[in-house]
Design a binder for this molecule. Structure first.
Ligand SMILES: CC(C)(COP(=O)(O)OP(=O)(O)OC[C@H]1O[C@@H](n2cnc3c(N)ncnc32)[C@H](O)[C@@H]1OP(=O)(O)O)[C@@H](O)C(=O)NCCC(=O)NCCS
Length: 425
């Protein structure tokens, strides 16, 4: 593939012999050290080459890059193919000339061409992606817990056993992936790493990542039959103050399949010798830990934007999730970049399924007057059930012809499990 772009630049799919040039642009954009090939076995290059796209000058110098992963995005009650946008960078001396805009247009077209109805990303800076139709669709919360923070009792927790080990990629990759998948079943946004390379990176721990701390450790919680029920990847750091040891614990990723396992896991993490605080990883805003903590104020929860979602094929995306309540609504969607989405769409739910949720069919509504009018950005924001259409309407970002239509649509699009992706891609 090659395509014309901003004058003087050319877009092209990266080839194996040019991956170093691609990496060099990313390192320059993100102020990282140059790529060290010695790390390749531990931290492989994970962007598939046919999804790694760069921009070069007429002189053949690579100055901008982006890529995407082929993910399956869990939606409310379903899942859809999803292009996970990543590795977006423009050299500082070529920025603000429209190269990002050119790359995003190519990304949207190519993803749509591959049959991916949705794209998702983590935004390095939140001001960038709204203009391209990405909506902030979920939040995560981080806690800094004092050692010894009390948890409410959970029956069965004390029957579980705990192991503490040094993280070993070869030994632990399968356990981490399996518990992660089980823990997130039914949670929108809980993206699984869809390739060997990404699964390997999930348990990688090169010395360069340690920041003076210990090698990554793995805490696991086990049932009587030995089955793993929870894990946490963590790092402590030797720190001594006037009053003695003040080691912080940083959790990189943690997941628990149920409340008893979460109780056992966090009881262990909150009671490590020499430590004073435990910094959690990115948690869903309705995480089990928040329900177990006796004092949720002292950990000073910090909420931040998590996944950003862009609907590329509105009818395919909207039929790729289920709805919390029956609804029959005409959505007037504006999409400045993908004209196939622009227009009125009627979304109608059918009978309730056994779980009480509703599938929907979505069809062009022709000239029917919309009940709600909104940009594709706001539809992306509401897509995972984590942002209320009513709140968006209150903010003036959704216009409703009638309050009852807004209420029904907002209720149907909402979801009782908060969306999150607990790892950054
Ligand atoms: C962010 C980045 C990719 C932008 O690339 P760029 O080629 O300069 O962007 P463009 O020239 O195509 O700008 C497109 C629009 O986005 C705006 N924009 C670009 N970067 C922005 C930022 N960080 N915050 C807010 N707006 C931004 C531009 O002002 C422009 O606005 P306009 O459409 O109203 O004119 C580049 O500055 C960069 O590599 N930054 C460091 C790494 C990074 O943050 N990557 C993003 C990872 S998610």
């Amino acid at each position: 593939m090659s395509a014309a772009t901003t004058t003087g630049y050319r877009l092209f799919e990266i080839t194996a012999d040019r991956v170093e040039e691609y990496r060099a642009v990313d390192a320059m954009a993100f102020a990282e050290a140059a790529h060290d090939p010695a790390l390749d076995a531990e931290v492989p290059f994970a962007v598939p080459l046919d999804r790694a796209v760069a921009v070069e000058t007429d002189a053949g110098e690579v100055v901008a890059v982006h890529g995407s992963y082929a993910f399956t995005l869990p939606t409310p009650g379903g899942e859809v193919p999803c292009a996970g946008l990543t590795w977006v960078g423009v050299r500082p001396d070529h920025r603000r000339r429209g190269l990002l805009s050119t790359m995003i247009r190519a990304h949207l077209d190519r993803s749509l061409g591959r049959g991916e109805p949705v794209s998702a990303l983590f935004a390095a800076e939140p001001g960038i992606y709204g203009r391209y139709g990405y909506g902030s669709a979920s939040d995560h919360v981080r806690l800094t817990l004092p050692r010894g923070a009390a948890l409410r009792d959970v029956p069965g927790s004390s029957d579980l056993t705990v192991r503490f080990a040094t993280l070993d990629p070869a030994a632990h990759e399968g356990l981490v992936e399996d518990v992660y998948a089980a823990a997130g079943a039914g949670r929108p946004g809980w993206i699984r790493r869809g390739s060997d390379a990404l699964r390997r990176i999930a348990v990688a721990d090169p010395a360069a990542w340690r920041g003076g701390g210990e090698p990554a450790r793995l805490v696991t919680v086990h049932a009587a039959d030995g089955a793993a029920r929870a894990f946490a990847i963590l790092r402590r750091k030797q720190t001594w103050g006037d009053g003695g040891p003040e080691y912080p614990v940083q959790v990189r990723l943690a997941a628990s399949v149920d409340a008893a396992a979460a109780h056992r896991l966090w009881s262990m993490l909150l009671d490590l010798d020499l430590t004073t605080t435990v910094a959690s990883n990115m948690l869903p805003v309705d995480d089990l830990l928040l329900a177990l903590l006796v004092d949720t104020r002292r950990p000073v929860p910090k909420v931040s934007d998590n996944l950003w979602v862009r609907l590329l094929d509105v009818p395919a995306a909207l039929t790729g999730r289920r709805y919390a309540a029956p609804v029959d609504v005409v959505l007037g969607v504006r999409d400045a970049l993908l004209p196939g989405n622009d227009g009125a769409w009627r979304l109608v739910t059918g009978e309730a399924g056994a779980d009480g949720t509703y599938a929907a069919r979505v069809e062009p509504a022709g000239t029917a007057a919309p009940d709600l009018e909104l940009d594709v950005r706001e539809l992306g924001a509401a897509y995972l059930g984590g942002r209320s259409l009513t709140a968006l309407a209150t903010a003036g970002q959704v216009t409703a012809a009638r309050p009852d239509a807004l209420h029904r649509a907002a209720t149907a699009f909402g979801w009782p499990v908060a969306p999150v992706c607990p790892w950054v891609f």
